[in-house]
Design a protein around this ligand. Sequence first.
Ligand code: PLP
Length: 370
Amino acid sequence: MSVPLLDLKAQHATIRDDVVAALMSVVDQQTFILGDAVGQLECSVAGLSHTKYAIGCANGTDALLLALRALNVGRDDEVVTTPFTFFATAGAIHNVGAKPVFVDIDPRTFNIAPDAVATAIGARTKAVIAVDLFGQMAAIERITSAANGVPVIEDAAQTIGASRVINGVRVMAGEAATIGTFSFFPSKNLGGYGDGGMMVTQDEALFETLMKLRVHGGRKTYYHEIVGYNSRLDTLQAAVLQAKIPYLDAWSGARRKNAAYYDAAFADLPEITTPYIDPANTSIYNQYTIRLAGRDALQAHLKRVGVGNSVYYPLPLHLQPCFAYLGYSEGQFPESERAAKEVLSLPVYPELTTAQLDEVIAAVRTYYGR
Ligand SMILES: *Cc1c(COP(=O)(O)O)cnc(C)c1O
């Protein structure tokens, strides 16, 4: 037997009829570019995120890029963000001509430390990108207040449908930021059958700008007020995602149940730290990420016995070769560097059976001789 890290075929099997019907409807209508399903999905995601506006785009990386452009971030500007994230977060900053300014993470949640944000804000800071890592929201209200009026982009690629209670009110991922961004990459909790992304905002002027930016900078065809991109959400992807959206809540619940099952099973292993979820947060567990000393040896063992796993992320962004020009060095962000050496993500996808969960648990326990 073996347990994969993620089993997209298992999920597809449960929704095949819905998805195929949705796809064939687009094929029969031949409305591949900005067809009805795009607007329908934008309504669904705006509703889910408690935002006034949602704008589909080509992928989660472009969602960050368009968000930065909409906030007029460009050359000579600085954007404060975390070095412990998927590359796209900082890549988008570089690609609008701005400078990524990294600050360290909170070691418990892996999300950017609000106090560190406060110290990094300067005259050139044009935006902050907070990342919601592994399925739980960053402390968005503390980051917003640390940003002191600077716009905050929430990279919510891993948290669609996650929430956080702020002053007694349940706030959804993307809701409280200046612009929230989502990815529909197949391995995200709401994954398409290819690339896709979306931006959400409460601000009408930003909505108008984002709508322009995704179609070459104009809302009227062949008239261009700004220079934009070709970054539309494909209708076929929107149709798949709209068909999947009714299941999202139950899938997130199943992931939480799987996470709780692991938490209980690993509770007596002092060698490993199970995920810490901020009590204000409801996580959607895009990943179930443990941390431990000597991670590589456990990883090798799991590989040997056929248990899927992965390291997100092995090299913090301030140490990536492409960012050498920024002048950071090892030791500058000790929590991010330690996390990169200690994290290991285990299978947590909703279709896991109890037998599969037990197999993962047995593999870990055997390694420790328990
Ligand atoms: C997946 C991801 C992205 C990029 O999304 P794509 O759709 O693959 O371009 C950006 N940021 C984070 C944190 C992600 O996990």
